[in-house]
Design a protein around this ligand. Structure first.
Ligand code: TYM
Length: 338
C-alpha cells in the first residue's frame, strides 16, 4: 500500500481544551510513530469565519503551535504550518466550491450550531467552511484525518467532493480521506452538563479544562464537575443514562490510554468523592508538563515562528504541484509554461 498521509488542524481561537487534546491532539502525537507523513496545520483561515481581533489571532496562532509542540508533535517528524501561509488551500477551495451542492452545506450541523438563529446574517465563510476544510485535506492527498467525532460530517463531505471531482474529470485524482476517530474520548462533554459537548464557546469557563489551566484550577474544575449520586458501576452498561459519570470515566481512561471498561474494573463501587481526587491527580500529572512547556515556548516566540516558516515551506512544496495538476485537469491554460 502507498504511504499513509495524515493531515489535521485546529482553529487558533482561545485556548485548547481537554476535548481538543483527547479527541485529536493526543492521537496526532501517537500517529507520528507509525512512519506516516504527518501534516498538522493551525487553521487560521477557518478561525476568521467568526470575527477575530488581529492581535488575538496572532497570539492564538503561536499559542496553538506551542500546544502542538508541547503535547509532543515533533517538528522534525511532522510538518506544522499556518494554513494561511499556503495559498493553495484558498485556491483549491474555490475550485471545489464550484462542485459542492448548497443542499449538502445546508445539512452541516456545525453551521447550524454556529450561526444559531441568525443564519441570514452569518458570513459566507462560515457557510463555506467545510469546503475549505475539504481543500485542506485533499490538497495533500491525505489518506487519514484524525479528528474528534464532531468533524465526522465534514469529512464525509470532503470524501464526496473528492469523488465528484474524480468523476467529473475522469481520473482518481483526489484521495477520499478516511476519518481517524480514535481513543476513549472522541466526544468529551462539558463538566457542567454531560449532554453538551465541551467547547471553547461555552460561556462557563468551569465547563472545560484548558491547556493553560494551573493545577489548582484543574483540581477546582474537577471537584465542581457535575455528577450524580450513585456509586460508579461495574460495567459500561451501567453508565448508560449517566452522561456525567460516563464522561469523567472516559476522560480518566483516555488520559491513561486505557479503556473505560478496564477503568471500571478498578473503580466500581467508588463514590465520586473518591474517584474525583484520582481524576485530579491523573489530569494534573498529564497536563502540567504540557502547560509548562507551552509557557516556555511562548516566552520566546522566535522558535515557534521558525518552525511555522519551515513548515510552510515544506507544505507549499507539497501543495503547489497538486493545485497545478488539478487546474490542468480542469482545463485552465497554464500560461507560465514555455
Ligand atoms: P476545532 O478547532 O473545532 O477542533 C480541533 C479538534 O478538536 C476536536 N474536538 C473535540 N474532540 C472531542 N471532544 C470535544 N469536545 C471536542 N471539541 C473539539 C475536533 O473534532 C477537532 O479534531 N474544522 C476543524 C478544523 C479543521 C480541520 C481541517 C480538521 C480545518 N481544516 C482539516 C481536520 C482536517 C475544527 O473546527 O476543529
Amino acid at each position: 500500500m502507498s504511504q499513509k498521509i495524515i493531515l489535521s488542524g485546529m482553529q487558533p481561537t482561545n485556548n485548547l481544551h481537554l476535548g481538543n487534546y483527547l479527541g485529536a491532539l493526543k492521537n496526532w502525537v501517537n500517529l507520528q510513530k507509525e512512519g506516516a507523513k504527518c501534516l498538522y496545520s493551525v487553521v487560521d483561515l477557518h478561525a476568521i469565519t467568526l470575527p477575530q481581533d488581529p492581535d488575538s489571532l496572532r497570539r492564538s496562532t503561536r499559542e496553538i503551535t506551542a500546544a502542538y509542540i508541547a503535547a509532543g508533535v515533533d517538528p522534525e517528524r511532522s510538518i506544522i504550518f499556518p494554513q494561511s501561509a499556503v495559498a493553495g488551500h484558498s485556491q483549491l477551495m474555490w475550485l471545489l466550491a464550484t462542485m459542492t451542492q448548497v443542499g449538502k452545506l445546508n445539512r452541516m450541523t456545525q453551521f447550524k450550531d454556529k450561526s444559531g438563529k441568525n443564519a441570514e446574517k452569518s458570513g459566507l465563510g462560515l457557510y463555506a467552511y467545510p469546503v475549505l476544510m475539504a481543500a485542506d485535506i485533499l490538497i495533500y492527498k491525505a489518506t487519514h484525518v484524525p479528528v474528534g467525532e464532531d468533524q465526522k460530517q465534514h469529512l464525509e463531505l470532503a470524501r464526496e467532493i473528492a469523488s465528484t471531482f474524480n468523476h467529473r474529470y475522469g481520473e482518481e485524482f483526489f484521495v477520499p480521506p478516511e476519518p481517524y476517530i480514535m481513543g476513549e474520548a472522541t466526544r468529551v462533554m462539558s463538566l457542567r452538563d454531560g449532554t453538551q459537548k465541551m467547547s471553547k464557546s461555552d460561556p462557563s469557563d468551569m465547563s472545560r479544562i484548558t491547556l493553560v489551566d494551573s493545577a489548582d484550577t484543574i483540581a477546582k474544575k474537577i471537584r465542581k464537575a457535575k455528577t450524580d449520586t450513585e456509586p460508579l458501576p461495574e460495567t459500561i452498561e451501567g453508565l448508560k443514562e449517566r452522561p456525567e459519570a460516563q464522561n469523567l470515566v472516559a476522560i480518566y481512561a483516555a488520559l491513561l490510554d486505557r479503556t473505560s471498561e478496564d477503568i471500571l474494573n478498578e473503580i466500581a463501587g467508588k463514590q465520586f468523592s473518591e474517584f474525583k481526587p484520582m481524576l485530579v491527580d491523573v489530569a494534573i500529572a498529564h497536563l502540567e508538563p504540557i502547560t509548562k512547556r507551552m509557557a516556555e515556548l511562548m516566552g520566546d516566540v522566535s522558535e515557534i515562528d521558525t518552525i511555522l516558516r519551515q513548515g510552510a515551506e515544506k507544505a507549499n512544496a507539497l501543495a503547489n504541484p497538486v493545485v497545478k495538476d488539478a487546474m490542468e485537469l480542469m482545463g485552465f491554460l497554464n500560461v507560465s509554461q514555455k
